[in-house]
Design a protein around this ligand. Structure first.
Ligand code: UDX
Length: 447
């Protein structure tokens, strides 16, 4: 099949590359000329394991190409995927200007039947607006050409995006048209071989499914963080509670890891956008608001614990950070808990000495050169001469630590473990003051 993808951000690039890898002919379009030139050279703008080699092999194989030319893009594919950004507006609602501008472009240049596929995460009702925009552009040209719009939300996790695309749990398509169902089946056939993953539903249900899935996962995390905060105050170890409740198959083990709050490009944005949609239809989203509020508070707990360990005075202290990305295997720092911590530390007059395996360039891009931000080459240098260590991201390389060595490095042996990587007892036995998340016993012993 011939497929056009609008937007070469995270979702667009992964979708286009995986569809090309499955044997389709794919043309990716972006307005950013510099990005397209780099992609043509096989240089990818994001960090995603396995993606670069997949882009290169499919470009070399002639199945994947990139363009900035909207006429060529619209002319190319029978399927036109819209995978451009939907950044949050100030009120938390999703900004649809890029999505609608692509719809307008398609309407202005199409010459035969197209299926327009909404891949971006968009509020319920967007497919109708895309349809109206395409129709208006066609009318402006005095043309009447047939087209359909369907919703096909993505469920990609950063760091595991290729696997999620090729081995995802489901492929959701919101449409009532038999013709669209047939074409979308053909598009996804290579990834729908072993068992039936395609789920057809009405457009609005598909649009809402995407938000509901992310909001549900965010709810699990905020719930567990609330239990962790309670466990801390009640002297219970939340890690034992996690195993205790996870063993119930109705609850399950996934997404109940307490920590320093969720970040990234999806959960914060999608929970806020869904809450905003709710208010637009006169519904007060109590639960969604609470999920967001608990997360906001949780991101501050790293600083609160440090402040507690240093009697509220962090001025002139050097704090080592292991991990800057919002989660491992990505360089993404959007809404990362590390940012809430760093900004609070700077406000308090402390210096940050940080290491992250992938996100240091991104950190420099966000914060620029400043005296109170020292980025070092590895985790060993991060703790050298530091007063305390905070773990913000659970990179694999951080999991094994010689506590005796660590104690010798830190002038005040404080460790704030925002991801519960370590055994509080072992840390305590080595003479460290250990603050985990919801590990009641450890907190009691060091307060
Ligand atoms: C998420 C969804 O998982 C994905 O399906 C959707 O398409 C996009 O949003 P992503 O943001 O890449 O993917 O990351 P994910 O691995 O889901 O983690 C999100 C955040 O939740 C991270 O900050 C992570 O640290 C946190 N998290 C996750 C927890 O704090 N506890 C958990 O148990 C799981």
């Amino acid at each position: 099949m011939k497929i056009t993808i609008f937007g070469t951000g995270y979702v667009g690039l992964v979708t286009g590359t995986c569809l090309a890898d499955a044997g389709h002919e794919v043309l990716c379009m972006d307005v950013d000329e510099n990005k397209i030139a780099r992609l043509k050279d096989g240089e990818i703008p994001i960090f995603e394991p396995g993606l670069e080699s997949m882009v290169k092999s499919n470009v070399a194989g002639g199945r994947l190409d990139f363009t900035t030319d909207p006429v060529a893009a619209v002319g190319f594919g029978q399927l036109q995927f819209i995978a451009v950004g939907t950044p949050p507006d100030e009120d938390g609602s999703a900004d649809l200007q890029y999505v609608l501008s692509v719809a307008d472009t398609i309407g202005r240049h199409m010459t035969d039947y197209k299926v327009i596929v909404d891949k971006s995460t968009v509020p319920v009702g967007t497919a109708d607006r895309v349809s109206q925009t395409v129709a208006a552009a066609l009318e402006g040209r005095g043309e009447s050409i047939e087209f359909d719009v369907c919703s096909n939300p993505e469920f990609l996790k950063e760091g595991a995006a290729i696997k999620d695309f090729t081995h995802g749990a489901r492929i959701i398509v919101g449409t009532e048209s038999e013709r669209v169902m047939r074409l979308m089946r053909e598009c996804y056939a290579p990834y729908n071989r072993h068992h039936e993953k395609m789920m057809f539903m009405d457009v609005r249900a598909a649009e809402l499914t995407k938000y509901a899935a992310n909001a549900m996962l965010a709810t699990k995390i905020s719930f567990m963080n609330e239990i962790a905060n309670l466990a801390e105050r009640l002297g219970a170890d939340v890690e034992q509670v996690r195993r205790g409740i996870g063993s119930d198959p109705r609850i399950g083990y996934s997404f109940i890891y307490p920590g320093c709050g969720y970040g990234g490009s999806c959960f914060p944005k999608d929970v806020q956008a869904l809450a905003h949609t709710a208010t637009e239809v006169d519904y007060q989203p109590e639960l969604l608001n609470a999920v967001e509020a608990v997360n906001f508070r949780q991101k501050k707990t790293l600083y609160t614990k440090l402040a507690q360990a240093f009697d509220g005075d962090l001025k002139g202290r050097t704090i080592a950070l292991w991990g800057l990305a919002f989660k491992p295997n990505t360089d993404d720092m959007r809404d990362a808990p590390s940012r809430t911590l760093m900004e609070a530390l700077w406000e308090a007059g402390a210096t940050v000495q940080a290491f992250d395996p992938e996100a240091m360039k991104e950190c420099r891009r966000i914060y620029g050169e400043r005296d109170d931000l020292v980025l070092v080459a590895d985790r060993v240098q991060a703790v050298k001469g530091a007063d305390a260590l905070v773990i913000c991201t659970e990179w694999k390389d951080f999991r094994i630590v010689d506590f005796d060595w660590l104690k010798r490095q830190l002038s005040t042996p404080v460790i704030v473990d925002g991801r519960n990587l370590f055994d509080p007892q072992a840390a305590k036995e080595a003479g460290l003051m250990y603050y985990g998340v919801g590990r009641g016993d450890s907190l009691r012993s060091c307060s």
